[in-house]
Design a protein around this ligand. Structure first.
Ligand code: HEM
Length: 501
């Protein structure tokens, strides 16, 4: 049979159909009505990843938002992310449309480490709703936080005693390291008391996991190339760490089952085991779920709190008058008593302002954990299709001159009494703990430890830079990691002013 060319009108029709099909397939026209998202330039395959190379993600995304707008779309690898960088946008996502955006996407590390992402931070749906309720009512509510008062007292006293030792020897203290030890011990003891057979190994492994999880998994950015995570050993390493954590947590739970504690003295594992055994939960929880929640507490509650104290001390050291005012407040109030208890802390107004200002400039989680839109919706006129991933750059909001005067300067006075700006999730330019349904579940826990430790560091000691170091030598840059910690730990020389207990 001979092949014949189609007639001209038929050829034209075929060509037209082809053009329509190809344009449909490759059209960059949005599927949904509304203006097109502004986006930074993209390269084949890697998308806009090159804009982030060599920079901290929250810095790079702030710079891009300045060029492209408050709501922009950026393709990182094979995944589109919508970046929100304005107060109005954050309010839309975290308040007006909170229910639609209260979902987290999948992450390789969370799936492997947290028992199929069954922790608080990365689970979803009914199961997550129940965990949040347990957090509020049982694990991290005001009553439970108060019940850990004596363990905080003991751990902060240990820190003061170590600092005192350094003061006596005239040696510098590595505040970053010591503060991490403090917050680790507080959260670990709240979670499992002294009943974790290998607490040191557990904490070391958690640290490694956090380090790994803060990098990008190839599979998360390039879902079609998940196999690379296996080939590079990323997945295997996570599985190995998970195995180590699992063995220690198994032994810890067994220990708790053998020696059950109830009432005031319960730690978080006791509470979770009790809830499991009572059998009144709508979604029954398993041992694995309990382990996932404990991992969350340690991963979410230690670096965040320690970093904030370290940044506060760093900023104060660069501003002697501000440091003096903060010290005067606690010393005037407590010099007769000679020491500070947790119940004294609420009266330190200037200290609260210092903490607020630190969290404005140095939110430990600079970009809120990612959200996924459940249904197609609109934010500030842009259509957000269902399934879109969305990030809120709270670091950028805290330094935005549209909302803050002299926005890059550390000025606790900006929160002077009468200025009604809080980080409780209602002021959308100030979101160090996030807002809405997925707001930090451990805010009260974190703040109580951090304000107690900071007030005592300021009360008991005077502080100086190590010999030969001047204020202008202090590197205030941040590390790339799960939290925005200092790149270089803060080393300071203490001298005793009021004896420690
Ligand atoms: C200064 C201390 C802390 C800061 C600044 C902080 C900040 C945050 C932020 C920004 C989020 C994400 C919120 C969002 O996605 O909208 C978060 C989530 C979370 N935080 Fe904290 N956090 C701190 C301390 C703690 C502590 C001490 C704990 C527990 C012991 C804790 C447990 C959690 C949990 C479980 C979540 C996940 C909430 C969810 O997805 O439902 N945090 N935190």
């Amino acid at each position: 049979m001979e092949f014949q060319l189609p007639s001209l009108p038929i050829s034209l029709s075929i060509l037209l159909v082809l053009i329509v099909v190809v344009r449909r397939l490759f059209s960059s026209r949005p599927e949904h009505p509304g203006p097109r998202f502004p986006s930074p330039s993209a390269l084949p395959f890697v998308g806009s990843l090159h804009h982030l190379v060599g920079k901290l993600p929250h810095h790079a995304l702030r710079d891009l938002a300045r060029k492209h707008g408050n709501v922009m779309r950026i393709r990182l690898g094979q995944v589109d992310q919508i970046i929100v960088s304005s107060r109005e946008g954050a309010q839309q996502v975290l308040k007006v449309q909170d229910a639609n955006f209260a979902f987290r996407p999948e992450f390789t590390a969370a799936k492997i480490i947290a028992y199929g992402a069954s922790d608080v931070a990365f689970s979803n749906g009914e199961y997550w709703r129940q965990l949040r309720k347990i957090c509020v009512m049982e694990l991290l509510g005001a009553k439970r936080v108060k019940s850990f008062m004596s363990l905080r007292k003991e751990q902060v006293a240990r820190l003061m005693s170590d600092v005192n030792g350094a003061a006596a020897a005239g040696e510098p203290v590595n505040l970053g390291e010591r503060l991490n030890e403090l917050t680790n011990s507080v959260v670990a003891q709240a979670s499992f008391g002294r009943r974790c057979p290998q607490q040191k190994k557990f904490m070391e492994t958690i640290k490694e996991v956090i380090k790994m999880a803060s990098g990008f998994s190839v599979g998360d950015l390039f879902p079609s190339l998940k196999v690379i995570d296996v080939l590079t050993g990323f997945t295997t390493k996570l599985v190995r760490y998970h195995g180590k954590l699992d063995a220690i947590l198994d032994a810890t739970i067994k220990e708790h089952q053998t020696n059950r504690i109830q009432g005031e003295e319960e730690d978080l594992i006791d509470v979770l085991l009790r809830l499991k055994d009572e059998g009144n939960l709508e979604v029954p929880i398993t041992f694995d779920n309990i382990k996932a929640v404990v991992i969350d507490m340690l991963a979410g509650g230690t670096e965040t709190t320690a970093n904030t104290i370290e940044w506060a001390m760093s900023e104060l050291m660069l501003r002697p008058r501000t440091l003096e005012r903060a010290q005067k407040e606690v010393r005037d109030a407590m010099k007769d008593k000679g020491y500070i208890e947790e119940t004294d802390v609420p009266q330190f107004n200037y200290l609260h302002q210092v903490v607020k200002e630190t969290l404005r400039l140095h939110p430990p989680i600079p970009i809120l954990f990612p959200r996924v839109a459940q249904e197609t919706t609109e934010v500030l006129g842009y259509t957000i299709p269902a399934g879109s991933r969305l990030l809120i750059n709270v670091w950028a909001l805290g330094r935005d001159s549209r909302y803050w005067e002299d926005s890059e300067s550390f000025k606790p006075e900006r929160f002077e009494e009468g200025v009604n700006k809080e980080f409780k999730g209602n002021d959308f330019e100030f979101l160090p703990f996030g807002a809405g349904r997925r707001m930090c579940a451990g805010m009260a826990f974190g703040l109580t430890t951090l304000e107690l430790a900071l007030s005592q560091l300021l009360f008991h000691f005077d502080w100086a830079f190590p010999k030969g170091v001047k204020a202008e030598d202090i590197d205030m840059s941040e590390n790339f990691g799960a939290t925005a910690s200092r790149k270089i730990n803060l080393l300071l020389v203490p001298s005793l002013r009021y004896p420690t207990l």
